[in-house]
Design a protein around this ligand. Structure first.
Ligand code: RAM
Length: 903
């Protein structure tokens, strides 16, 4: 057996990148085994996978490097070409000098450079050129003027001796490609959302297996998506945010055994037609008439008389830059069989998926030609058992299917998705409910799940599940606020408060790399980051992008820093740095007296809190200090001492102004709200002497609320961490375990399967909150998830060791949970923590991957009795007897609790 093995190999944060955005891609791996550490590594990169698997590389075969480093090792071999398939592997040495085998080689496709694109953008003509006999577009036959999906096709010939083929493809809109009648790839909602005026992502698919010698056909179905369909507020009318019609670009590279390469590209010889998809829109839904299917349209031999020529054109205002996919794609991930729960007064059958998801329903039926079915989606049922749709605002979330009537058939929408748990199905006359079958399908960016958490408390377990499901429901190409109503934007405060939780649940490194490009693309000329990214679509109201509010515009700074702490990715931070500096400059120069009143275009304050509101200028100024402070940390990590000093000085000035303006000599902060104290304590804004006072005021504020939270989006994240860090873990647990309003447990007790946007989204006294803004799938309040991992299970990052090379192991044992079993697959490897209480004794088992170490930090009153069976740990730290260092591997600790409740 090998004592040390590299696992989870990534290149530029992806298991197998299909296109590289850099000439010097970086390699990383996690480690497993019972060795203590890695003493050296060796990387190999080459064109022949077999050679690479035994350590020979045509492109880069450097000597072993004595190093513990396992992250972001930059490529240093021969210049990479375009459209090249390469393989890479790594092997590692442990501390005894034993060598691991070479890891299973991983594939890299280098992709296309800007200059490699010969393909042109093609679209259906708005108006056909004069002299063409073919009829122009049929008028839209739906009230919301959503366009039919365009079928695009092209026949081509493959000569003998095909070695491999790669399809490079993108769209302004959404596409689904097929070759010879077979779908290409398994992504949905491709190419994903970007600011299409600046960049569009291309996908690269290996389609060698789709092709045959001789006649072949490349087809694509084109939908509106984010480009010209509806997303955002009040979109009763047509979307057309980035442009007026969808467009396609594709380039198929055929590599032959004789070394020649043929390219099939979108251009004038393509043709287009509309078919069964009458429209397919994110907010409105899809209308599919299977009678209009055109059998064989994407296969050779199809008679395309009657199809229109395409228009070859350069999109306005300029063609976007085509960039490789930096993040895993959106895929169908989890399937559910909805249960029939009743019949609504309307006659519709109501189904319960059992889980609030983002996705759609596949409907299997055997019906007569022309029979039509309607599926409407909603998150809740009202008191009468009817589908509740008022909170969807303008979103119709309705799919229509008309059957072709030729035996069993399946309808599954393509270019729409809904946020829903319940489905209302209207059947045609004469069709019985038991002859149809529904499958609900969740879709989201297919990121690896890295966290697991379970405890002896069912409510807390459901809460953890709900947090994960709100992440699934909203990580859809970009991190959105909600997936159901007419909104679905990448709001930055929602994301920043949730980011640390998100990073425990899933590997968000690649996803954030992509989203940061959107954030940078959206940055305004004056340096303002925006409230949402990608930039808010401009049409039809020509609203300009909104500069970021306090806590919103600050989000990018805070997330870049967190990203560095979690993944150790210094390159992203270095590249982001100029944009971050411009943001800080922007708020700094506008606020010379250090109170953040200017350059505040919106001030949402502690958004959607309940109880007394927090002073918005106080919240803004607290965030100003925290942003400056965080920038000082960023600058320090990047080795920029002058900037560090300048940002520290700025943070100091803001703190002074904050105290002068908002804090009285007794440490009482303007407004006296929970959030006021939480921000002041967590952002270290108060002089040392006032901190205990502020902590007491926080406790008083909680007591006034009968031990309930009153925080909004910005305050909520700090509740449990601050209380626990200030000797009030018992209060933190009370908040966590409360099942009464307002609190996390309240929604769980109401049967929630996701996190609600509002604490009072639904209450027994008042029913539903205002339908104007009441999502039941909004992750911001799920930001308590980080505390479950970091403090309840006790797997916390160590800020002095970015990338989880070292951790703090600092659980807060609590009798009410009984036990906890959690793990986190960090960039370095798998950490686990399991504890169980019996009386005052806790048995705690931990495991650390090779190449890491941990510091055990016990709470006051917890006494370590034994570590790995030894009663007096050798590791005891002289300064602080309840801190102990542990090395990689499994450990068992017995702890005696001298304080706190017993089970
Ligand atoms: C709402 C969004 C989002 C929030 C903003 C301020 O419209 O749902 O969650 O960040 O407002």
């Amino acid at each position: 057996m090998f004592r040390l093995l590299p696992t989870h190999l990534t290149c530029e944060r992806l298991a197998a990148p299909r296109g590289l955005a850099t000439a010097t891609p970086r390699f990383s791996w996690a480690l497993q085994g019972d060795a203590a550490r890695q003493s050296a590594y060796q990387i190999v990169v080459g064109a022949d996978g077999n050679h690479v698997s035994d350590g020979r590389g045509s492109h880069w075969a450097p000597d072993p490097v004595s190093s513990q480093n396992q992250h972001f090792i930059a490529y240093g071999g021969q210049t990479l070409g375009s459209d090249e398939v390469l393989y890479w592997s790594v092997r590692v040495w442990d501390e005894t000098g034993a060598i691991s085998p070479w890891a299973e080689p991983r594939e890299i496709l280098t992709g296309l450079r800007d200059t490699d694109w010969q393909a042109r953008w093609i679209a259906r003509y708005f108006v056909l050129p004069a002299g063409r006999e073919i009829p122009a577009d049929t008028p839209y036959d739906n009230p919301f003027q959503a366009r039919p999906a365009d079928h695009m096709r092209c026949d081509f010939t493959v000569k003998p001796g095909l070695a491999r083929a790669t399809l490079y493809i993108s769209a302004l809109g959404l596409y689904e490609a097929s070759i010879n009648g077979r779908r290409v790839g398994d992504e949905v909602m491709a190419p994903g959302w970007t600011d299409y005026h600046q960049r569009a992502i291309y996908q690269a698919h290996d389609v060698t297996g789709h092709l045959t010698e001789g006649a072949n056909t490349l087809g694509a179905l084109l939908g509106e998506g984010w480009y010209c369909g509806r997303v955002g507020h009040n979109q009763r009318r047509a979307g057309n945010h980035y442009g007026g019609r969808p467009a396609l670009i594709a380039q198929l590279h055929l590599h032959h055994t004789d070394g020649s390469v043929a390219r099939i590209a979108t251009g004038p010889e393509w043709t287009t037609h509309q078919g069964p998809v009458a429209y397919s829109d994110f907010l409105m839904g899809e209308h599919y008439d299977a009678r209009l299917e055109m059998d064989g349209w994407d296969a050779p031999g199809f008679d395309d008389t009657g199809w229109q020529p395409v228009e070859v054109f350069d999109p306005d205002p300029q063609p976007p830059r085509l960039v490789p996919a930096k993040s895993p794609p959106v895929r169908e991930t989890v399937r559910f069989t909805p249960k029939l729960v009743g019949k609504a007064r309307s006659g519709a059958l109501i189904y319960d998926v059992g889980q609030n998801i983002a996705g759609y329903v596949a409907l299997d039926v055997t019906a007569a030609r022309g029979d039509s079915f309607t599926l409407r989606h909603g998150e809740m049922l009202d008191a009468d058992g009817e589908l509740y749709v008022a909170n969807l605002r303008f979103a119709q979330a309705t799919d229509h299917f008309t059957a072709r009537g030729a035996g069993p058939e399946r309808f599954k929408p393509r270019f729409t998705f809904h946020g829903f748990r319940f489905v209302a199905l209207t059947l045609p006359d004469g069709i019985a409910a038991d002859t149809v079958s529904l499958t609900a399908i969740a879709i989201h960016s297919d990121l690896d799940i890295t966290g697991s958490f379970t405890s002896g408390n069912a409510m807390v377990n459901q809460l953890a599940e709900n947090i994960l499901w709100s992440q699934r429901g909203n990580f859809l190409s970009v991190p959105t606020d909600c997936p159901q109503r007419d909104e679905r934007y990448g709001w930055s405060a929602d994301a920043q408060v949730f980011w640390r939780t998100a990073g425990f649940n899933m590997d968000v490194s690649a996803f954030f790399g992509k989203w940061f490009d959107d954030i940078a693309d959206a940055q305004l000329p004056d340096g303002a980051f925006t409230d949402v990214a990608p930039s808010k679509p401009l049409n039809p109201y020509r609203i300009t992008a909104q500069p970021g509010a306090p806590g919103w515009g600050d989000g990018p700074v805070l997330m870049v820093w967190q990203h560095y702490l979690r993944y150790g990715d210094a390159r992203l931070m270095a590249e982001a740095y100029p944009a971050l500096c411009r943001w800080l400059d922007h708020i700094d120069s506008a606020n010379p007296d250090r109170i953040r009143k200017n350059a505040v275009y919106n001030n949402y304050g502690d958004w959607l809190n309940v109880g007394p509101p927090s002073d918005r200028t106080m919240v803004a100024t607290a965030y100003f200090a925290h942003t400056a402070d965080t920038m000082a940390q960023v600058a320090h990590a990047l080795g920029r001492p002058a900037d560090t000093a300048a940002f520290e000085a700025l943070a100091g000035e803001i703190r002074t102004a904050f105290n002068a303006a908002f804090v009285d000599p007794d440490g009482r902060i303007t407004g006296d709200t929970q959030t006021a104290y939480l921000l002041a304590l967590d952002f270290a804004l108060l002089p040392e002497t006032l901190r205990p006072r502020a902590r007491d005021h926080l406790i008083e504020a909680l007591d006034r609320a009968d031990g309930h939270l009153q925080t909004g989006f910005l305050g909520v994240r700090h509740l449990c961490p601050v209380l626990a860090d200030h000797g009030a873990a018992d209060y933190a647990y009370r908040l966590l375990l409360n099942e009464t309003y307002p609190g996390w447990g309240f929604s769980v007790r109401q049967g929630a399967t996701t996190i609600w946007e509002r604490w009072d989204g639904w209450t027994p006294e008042n029913g539903f909150q205002s339908a104007n803004m009441n999502s039941f799938n909004h992750y911001a309040y799920g930001s308590v998830g980080e505390w479950l991992f970091a403090r309840v299970a006790g797997i916390d990052w160590d800020e002095t060791n970015p990338g989880f090379a070292a951790v703090r192991l600092c659980p807060l044992f609590d009798a009410r949970l009984g036990f906890v079993r959690a793990s986190y697959r960090a960039p370095t490897g798998l950490f686990s923590s399991e504890w169980e209480m019996t009386g005052r004794s806790v048995r705690w088992q931990i495991a650390l991957p090779p190449n890491t170490s941990g510091t055990i930090e016990l709470s006051a009153g917890d006494r370590l009795v034994s570590l790995d069976g030894a009663p007096l740990p050798q590791t005891r730290n002289q300064q602080d007897p309840e801190r102990h260092t542990v090395v990689a591997g499994p450990h068992t600790l017995i702890i005696e609790r001298t304080q706190g409740a017993t089970p």
